[in-house]
Design a protein around this ligand. Structure first.
Ligand code: F7E
Length: 330
């Protein structure tokens, strides 16, 4: 009898949770997704789009709910993708961000120690670490060895989460890995993030339902890759003989201005400057100016490679948003 591997994903309703659920399903996994709240509309959309996912109630703010979720799902692998993930929001809801994005990881590690301790095969744990931990960067490009200097409550919470994951690996010999993922995008990205905000606005401008696009800092540079490529790296990390941490990035950086250039051109709109206005409201109290990752370790040890390039990614998102907005207008 073939026994299917079992995976529990937190953050199943987010962009990465959806990509990972799909990916693990194609690999033959039984997929469980942690969903919080009562009558959660996002959980409903998971039921509709991914009927193979078994939803388990629980919240990263509630330790005993994590214990129950692990007992219910009996996972071989836990992917912790759940977080308050919007950097701008973390400045206004710093305590909540610390509690979910930071302490939530400690609760999950403790729950795994408690429930997984008695198992023959230890539960393997993946933590979604972030390039935001590098913040005011100490070196370029950034590697697994680059010191952290976070610039937001989100970044600070992710540093705690990263360090506690390393600490549990070293203290309790847990199979715990962190993927230090640089920005990763796609049509499933939330509209609050800059790539999707731009590609969706471009689509709406093209269709004549929006006239301007209001943004913050256009000079920031990010290493943007495709989310579908990045979830494969998460899975690869948990298939290694030993747990470790890996940077996942494309190695190429672009400014928001370059992003605007590519996005407007993808919809045959000339001169993005005539549509874009800057407003103080979208600037952050402290900014991360430049991120560019060196994924050599992931390439050599995991055999991971990004497949989708920057222009291809933005063009894919603009195409998707033109379709999406055309359907919405009908
Ligand atoms: O901002 C600038 C903004 O919100 C990118 C998350 O997934 O990646 C993401 O964090 C840049 C920043 O992503 C607007 O100031 C200008 O410099 O798309 P974002 P992020 O903050 O880089 C990392 C790896 C994560 O871990 C996070 O969870 O764009 N920017 N004008 C703007 N950003 C937004 N959102 N909206 C604007 O109007």
């Amino acid at each position: 009898m073939v026994v299917m591997a079992r995976a529990l994903i937190t953050g199943i309703t987010g962009q990465d949770g959806r990509h990972l659920a799909e990916f693990l399903h194609t690999k033959g996994y039984e997929v469980f997704g942690l969903v919080k709240g009562q009558n959660n509309p996002k959980a409903e959309s998971i039921r509709d789009e991914f009927p193979f996912v078994q939803l388990v109630p629980g919240d990263l703010a509630d330790f005993s709910s994590l214990v129950s979720a692990l007992e219910m799902s009996q996972p071989d692998e836990v992917y912790n993708l759940g977080a308050i993930s919007f950097v701008a929001m973390s400045f206004n809801q710093a305590e909540l961000t610390g509690n979910i994005t930071g302490l939530g990881v400690l609760r999950m590690l403790e729950a795994i120690r408690l429930v997984g301790g008695a198992r023959k095969n230890p539960i393997r744990f993946y933590q979604a670490s972030s390039s935001e931990m590098f913040g005011k960067v100490r070196e370029t490009p950034q590697t697994e060895m680059t010191p952290f200097h976070p610039r937001s409550p989100y970044g600070v919470a992710k540093v705690f989460a990263h360090d506690i994951t390393v600490n549990y690996r070293e203290s309790y010999d847990m199979f715990a890995c962190s993927g230090i993922l640089f920005n990763h995008e796609g049509p499933r990205r939330g509209l609050e993030f800059v790539t999707r905000k731009i590609t969706n606005s471009v689509a709406r401008i093209k269709l004549g339902v929006q006239s301007e696009l209001v943004l913050g800092n256009l000079e920031a540079k990010r290493d943007w890759g495709y989310a579908g490529d990045y979830v494969e790296a998460m899975w690869m990390m948990l298939q290694q003989p030993k747990p470790d941490d890996f940077v996942v990035a494309t190695g190429k950086s672009h400014s928001i201005e370059q992003l605007l250039e590519v996005a407007f051109a993808a919809a045959d709109l000339k001169d993005w400057r005539q549509y874009v206005r800057q407003d103080q409201r979208f600037f952050r109290p402290a900014e991360v100016d430049l991120l560019i990752g060196d994924a050599t370790k992931a390439k050599t040890k995991l055999g991971w490679q990004p497949k989708v390039g920057f222009n291809e990614l933005i063009e894919m998102m603009v195409r998707h948003d033109i379709d999406y907005e055309t359907k919405r207008a009908k």
